[in-house]
Ligand binder design. Structure first.
Ligand code: ARG
Length: 261
């Protein structure tokens, strides 16, 4: 995770971002601290990277790249506004002994924000930020099978706004974000889906972090909470509305390092 010292909405690269909206930095810091606290309390170890004054979206570490054991595949960001992050992400992972394997320069892929481990490999979203053409390269570099899902709603521009894997069989899903073929693929892949209503999906309910049996969520409708609890999960809601102003929720603010594909 990366603290929000220099966070802000300084440009508009998704439909949620409006530069005329100001971020309350003290509140953002308190919300970010709250997220760290709840994740640690759930049993996670949180490593932190230094913030950078010119990179307000560096807080959204989910987009740094794809982690696979001791391998790191850095993102290739769609928008120039975020491309400067990659050098810092690579530096962070290199300094910790990760092997860094890069995607070709001509494909876009926004890391774990668009690639989630589920089933026998990775599910990877494409269209708004990542290219479908990147998926074969992700597969070649990581050795993981990659299933491609086309994202269909600009407001749900990253896969992690539409899918939250819970365990091998279950996931929170937001079909609003997928085209018809993507919906069919996800129906085949997720044995027990918790299907979000459109308004729930747009409240970023799927952008949650799972630590063991705890689901750390930006918000949780009672119906969703009841289903999660019936499945044996505990819900922890952490308000992150300062970050929603930039189009990111709990999961976007984290990058899981304990992933081996
Ligand atoms: N402002 C950031 C962007 O538009 C938000 C990133 C959200 N990250 C995510 N994994 N969904 O790139």
């Amino acid at each position: 995770m990366c603290p929000p010292e220099h966070f802000g909405v300084l440009y508009e690269i998704n439909p949620w971002m409006h530069t005329e909206v100001t971020v309350d930095l003290d509140k953002a810091r308190a919300q970010w601290d709250g997220l760290v606290r709840v994740l640690r309390d759930a049993g996670a170890t949180v490593d932190v990277m230094d913030p950078h004054p010119d990179l307000p979206d560096l807080v959204f570490t989910a987009n740094a790249g794809i982690v696979n054991g001791a391998q790191f595949v850095p993102a290739r960001f769609r928008h120039p506004q975020r491309q400067g992050e990659t050098a810092y992400d690579v530096e962070w992972f290199s300094a910790r002994g990760y092997q860094v394997d890069e995607l070709p320069v001509d494909v876009r892929h926004e890391g774990a924000g668009d690639a989630l481990p589920f089933g026998a490999g990775l599910i990877s979203g494409y269209r708004f930020r990542s290219d479908a053409a990147a998926h074969a390269h992700v597969s070649r570099l990581t050795g993981a099978a990659v299933r491609s899902i086309e994202l269909a709603d600009e407001r749900l521009y990253h896969l992690d706004l539409t899918l939250c894997p819970l365990d091998e069989r279950r996931a929170i899903v937001a079909p609003l974000g997928w085209d018809r073929y993507g919906r069919r693929v996800m129906e085949a892949v997720v044995a027990e889906p918790l299907v979000l209503e459109d308004d729930e999906a747009l409240a970023f309910v799927a952008n949650s972090v799972v630590v063991g049996s705890r689901v750390v969520m930006p918000s949780c409708p009672p119906r969703v909470g009841r289903q999660l609890e019936a499945w044996g999960f505990e819900v922890a809601v952490v308000p992150v509305d300062e970050f929603l102003k930039a189009g990111g929720g709990c999961r976007c603010l984290t990058l899981a390092l304990d992933v081996t594909l």
